[in-house]
Design a protein around this ligand. Structure first.
Ligand code: ADP
Ligand code: ZN
Length: 619
């Protein structure tokens, strides 16, 4: 590869310093941890496998080398809808970026290809299925390529829920372009997945960069499900009124119902799932990205690669299947590093449903065993009585010495109680009634209800009838949930939530080993108290004293965004706007000091915002 020759043709990229690019183009002061190392590795021609949490700053890891190295960087990204915004954001920065995907007509594609061939592009985003077409590969061979960046690299893993078969073909890049550095990036990968990525993308020789997984600005909270709709409303109202957020549900019907419920209460809530037609889906995603304060209610079909920085909360009304999924979905909150909430309610039915789906799913025993372990880890997080963040980080091979102080179990430590006797009663009730009944029935038997079914089955005569009046029905639900979550009971895979004993429960049934249970915290209807405020991390909205100024700057940004047809955060992030408001720059030179104001944006918007500030001051 003859870079020397190319760099004389394009002097602006020859001997640039990554730091200089960071300041001038992106307007940022310093690299975040690892970014500098990764960038140096790629700039010098090495391969890299990068694991960084969402919001950690993965994009810069290939965007800066793309500007420093000669030639065009090819970015492989699975979601066509998002390429557009990424390219728009880069263009705003004065970077020569384009994309190539199936939404373009012939002429657009040809223009882009021409730009590639004549060296007029710094970055070209490309869908994997497009990239692996022989025609595209031929083009790339004739062009000058600076690097390949493979985004969302976990899509290559067959264990993950984002598997894309086209990704498997990307290993060809290693053979066909042996001298072009490749960088694969993902936010989600346990050790097994990480190995799989390295093998399947022929990156076994690559340097691995694994950044701390912690997202300290996200507050993790998981509560027992009582009345999910009301709990969600209370939560949003108390802590995130007017904020932008994502609500995840398992089924399309529930997505529709929840979006309607929130809309009826006056929120701008839009559904997103694979059952909507493509136009509606695109429109709803667009509004979520562009308008302020939109809540999107979605199945997991939504969100991969969503890089909206100011999502303030992610709520789960159903349990994700694994900690990978949970961490990825919750990770979409607070990319801008501002306080955000990951909130979830879950109950016994969730556990039963997921366990049944898993057992009933296709796939061989090995596959099911892996899935079972993943679900167990997820349930472990739900039932833990110590710091949730420590559990999460440990799972991803990271660690946190002290409890975090910013999750519900830290803020409001749950009590435990000696459940040995209760558990023995519960298990024995399952046994005595023939392992054929669901939890409601079992609780009725334990509490000595006289309902007809019990009489019909003659269960008023079993030895466990009426021995559980010391606990409320809700307490019993909590006992059963924990027994299922911890694998002592399983739901009958054939049928309607009938609970059955597992091998594992024998010692408990005999009362031989003591067991501590979690006491579910009493849900306070006022909600929110003592959770968000006490952590010492305040919302941006709370930090703003000059509301009029804030609104004026936002209005100014909105006008510019509409003129350009881009989301407001592409003009400036909230954090940048906030800094402008605080520092009140008086000149373009002072404006250039603000984080997030690079040369291109300074030139395009500097004066407009200075004028807005002057107007505010009545000058
Ligand atoms: P990821 O792709 O890892 O989820 P992004 O690349 O979207 O994260 O970056 C998240 C946010 O952090 C973006 O708004 C980005 O502009 C910002 N960011 C990244 N690196 C830096 C840096 N060195 N200094 C300041 N902000 C940064
Ligand atoms: Zn904690």
């Amino acid at each position: 590869m003859d870079f020397a020759q190319l760099s004389t043709e394009r002097p602006r990229v020859s001997d640039q310093d990554p730091e200089e690019v960071l300041h001038r183009v992106f307007g940022y002061e310093t690299f975040r941890p690892l970014q500098g190392d990764i960038i140096r590795e790629v700039v010098s021609g090495g391969d890299a496998l990068v694991l960084m949490p969402t919001g950690g700053g993965k994009s810069l890891c290939y965007q800066v080398p793309a500007l420093v190295r000669a030639g065009t960087a090819i970015v492989i990204s699975p979601l066509i809808a998002l390429m557009q915004d990424q390219v728009a954001a880069l263009k705003e920065l004065g970077v020569r970026a384009a994309f190539l995907n199936s939404t373009m007509d012939f002429e657009q594609a040809r223009d882009t290809e021409n730009a590639l061939m004549t060296g007029e592009l710094d970055l070209l985003y490309c869908a994997p299925e497009r990239l692996i077409q022989p025609r595209t590969l031929d083009l790339l061979h004739d062009a000058s390529i600076s690097l390949f960046a493979i985004d969302e690299a976990h899509c290559v893993s067959q264990w993950g829920h984002d598997f894309r078969s086209d990704y498997l073909q990307l290993s060809r890049l290693a053979q066909e372009f042996p001298s072009v550095p490749r960088i694969a990036l993902t936010a989600t990968a346990d050790e097994r997945t990480r190995k799989e990525i390295a093998e399947r993308l022929s990156l076994t020789e690559a340097r691995h960069f694994i950044s701390g997984f912690d997202r300290p600005n996200i507050q993790y909270r998981i509560a027992p499900k009582t009345n999910a709709n009301k709990q969600l409303l209370d939560f949003i109202k108390a802590e995130h009124d007017g904020d932008c957020g994502i609500v995840y549900c398992l089924s399309r019907n529930k997505v529709d119902a929840t979006a309607k419920m929130l809309s009826d209460k006056g929120y701008t809530a839009l559904p997103y799932h694979a059952g909507l037609n493509a136009g509606d889906r695109a429109r709803n995603q667009e509004r979520f990205l562009r308008e302020d304060g939109v809540i999107i209610v979605a199945t997991i079909a939504f969100g991969m690669g969503i890089d909206k920085p100011d999502v303030r909360f992610v709520a789960h009304l159903d349990l994700p299947k694994s900690l990978e999924a949970y961490y990825q979905e919750t990770g979409r909150a607070g990319r801008d590093s501002k306080p955000s909430t990951a909130w979830m309610v879950y109950g016994l039915q969730d556990v039963i449903k997921l366990r049944q789906m898993l057992e009933g799913s296709m796939g061989n025993d090995h596959f099911k065993r892996v899935e079972r372990q993943k679900l167990d880890a997820m349930l472990g997080l739900c039932e833990v009585t110590s710091c949730r963040r420590q559990v999460l980080l440990r799972y991803f091979g990271d660690s946190l010495e002290e409890p975090c102080g910013n999750c519900d179990t830290c803020l409001n430590p749950p009590e435990t109680w000696d459940g040995t006797v209760a558990v023995q009663k519960a298990l024995s009730c399952v046994f005595r009634t023939g392992q054929r009944f669901g939890v409601t029935y079992l609780i009725d038997v334990l509490r000595g209800s006289e309902n007809e079914r019990i009489l019909q089955f003659g269960h008023q005569t079993v030895s466990t009838y009426g021995i559980g009046t010391d606990l409320s029905a809700n307490d019993w639900k909590s006992v059963f949930r924990q027994l299922v979550a911890n694998g002592y009971l399983r739901a009958d895979p054939e049928g309607y939530g009938a609970l059955q004993l597992t091998e594992q429960c024998r010692p408990l049934l005999k009362g031989k080993v003591p067991i501590q249970l979690r006491k579910d915290p009493v849900v306070k209807s006022s909600g929110g108290r003592g959770s968000s405020g006490s952590s010492g991390r305040r919302k941006i909205a709370d930090q703003i004293t000059d509301t009029a100024g804030w609104e004026a700057l936002r209005a100014c940004r909105k006008v510019l965004a509409e003129e350009k047809g881009v989301p407001p955060y592409v003009i400036f992030h909230d954090a940048t706007l906030f800094e402008i408001l605080e520092k009140r720059p008086n000149s373009l030179a002072e404006m250039a000091e603000i984080n997030g104001v690079g040369a291109a944006k300074l030139e395009k918007y500097g004066e407009t915002f200075l004028a807005a500030l002057r107007e505010l001051d009545g000058l």
